[in-house]
Unconditional design. Structure first.
Length: 413
């Protein structure tokens, strides 16, 4: 039962046992690419030629696919991604290089066996997106209805990482028959926004899909503050949380302006929703506008319960939408960020391992520590930043309006 690193190591070893080409490219620029780079350097004494990422390139070592250095024609491409990203990048790469030059480092025979097994968890509905758009509040609200079962852990991350017998067993423990029998069974998993194919293969085509969306400019700023508190996105194996604050004594709107130019793609909701529409008809998809849910909770939650198929006598009346996971605290300084990131990484490891008892203990400890490592941050983003982001998001917003069949003018712009 291998974890992600062991899967990558095995596939790299298999490749180099049969191939001599050491001119390699890694893609995309995510946590896994750092793992690949480490293994290449430490086990094979190889440095990748460059990294490919269409959203976070610097034109020095990281390039978009349509502007790769000419040497790409001689390289082998090591693809280290899951879900939609994996599939989309492979399809794009085939426009540049033949299939034999692409190596899928995340192919895992054990994962494939579980997707084909008959012992999978049944879900009636899933919310695969989006982070910082009210998904925690939605989990809390739906869990109040005795006709609905949601696991106590809001995000199991089961399909996001290594899928093997151990993780599958841990996942199934969240859905015991004595707890789910006779209820609508669901999950809130924002991390699945990019895993439409995996969701379809595991849960099937009868699933009802819920998306929570929010003004993407506000979502991105909220995401930034979360990462400046503890959940820093690691660019590569050498990065640390402190480096995100390099040149700044503390968090500022200018820092967000720089950060947003690299991570603004996270607010392109329509791209992810379209990936789900390849597998699920629009009638099985519900898009919730977060601002409307807070402004008109009663009608929005009534409509959502209708969508889920809850009978009139079993509906709850929601007069106010919960405000869970709300916070404006950010790291006090670089050292505070380093501490919070280290704890956050350990939390993720325990979550992957299914060790809920240790995870609960660590989450309580983290909450106490953050009282000393973080401060309140309420600075608005620069208006120039907001306008630049709106210009960037407008096409995606219009696509979303097409899916909704109505305009979001006056709500988001």
């Amino acid at each position: 039962m291998m974890n992600e690193k062991e899967i990558i190591e095995t596939n790299l070893r298999n490749y180099f046992e049969k191939n001599r080409n050491k001119k390699v490219v890694v893609l995309p620029l995510r946590n896994l690419s750092g793992t690949v780079s480490d293994i290449l350097r430490e086990e094979f004494d190889i440095q990748e030629q460059f990294i490919v990422d269409n959203n976070a390139y610097d034109m020095r070592h990281v390039y978009p696919m349509n502007q790769m250095p000419e040497s790409y024609k001689e390289c082998t491409f090591f693809l280290a991604a899951f879900g939609n990203t994996r599939k989309a990048l492979r399809e794009q790469l085939l426009g540049y290089v033949p299939e034999y030059q692409i190596v899928d480092l995340m192919y895992d025979e054990e994962r494939e066996k579980i997707f084909e097994s008959n012992s999978k968890v049944h879900l009636d509905f899933l919310c695969p997106g989006f982070a910082k758009c009210g998904t925690t509040s939605l989990h809390y609200a739906l869990a109040q209805n005795p006709q609905i079962f949601l696991p106590s852990v809001k995000e199991t991350h089961f399909l996001r990482y290594a899928v093997n017998e151990a993780t599958h067993t841990a996942f199934k423990r969240q859905f015991r028959e004595e707890d789910t029998n006779g209820k609508l069974v669901g999950e809130i998993e924002p991390a699945y926004r990019g895993h439409a194919e995996d969701v379809y293969r595991y849960f099937g085509g009868d699933l009802k899909i819920i998306f929570c969306v929010r003004n993407p400019m506000d979502t991105l700023y909220s995401y930034f503050k979360m990462e400046m508190r503890s959940e820093v996105f690691m660019l590569d194996s050498k990065s640390s949380g402190a480096e995100m604050m390099d040149g700044f004594e503390y968090v500022t709107p200018e820092m967000f302006d720089r950060w947003a130019s690299k991570y603004r793609y996270r607010g392109l909701y329509s791209d992810h929703i379209k990936s789900y529409l390849k597998y699920y008809p629009i009638e099985q998809v519900k898009i919730i506008i977060s601002e409307e849910m807070y402004a008109d909770t009663y009608n929005c939650m009534d409509d959502l319960q209708n969508f889920l198929g809850i009978s009139k006598e079993n509906k709850l009346e929601y007069l106010e939408f919960p405000r869970e996971n709300m916070g404006n605290r950010v790291a006090k300084n670089q050292k505070g960020l380093e501490i919070n990131v280290s704890i956050g990484q350990l939390c993720r490891r325990l979550r992957r391992q299914g060790d809920s008892q240790s995870l609960d203990m660590l989450l309580n400890i983290r909450k106490e520590i953050e009282e000393f490592t973080t401060v309140d941050y309420n600075e608005p983003m620069w208006e120039s930043t907001r306008q630049n982001l709106l210009d960037y998001y407008m096409d995606s917003i219009h696509e979303l309006e097409g899916m909704l069949g109505r305009s979001l003018q006056g709500i988001w712009y």
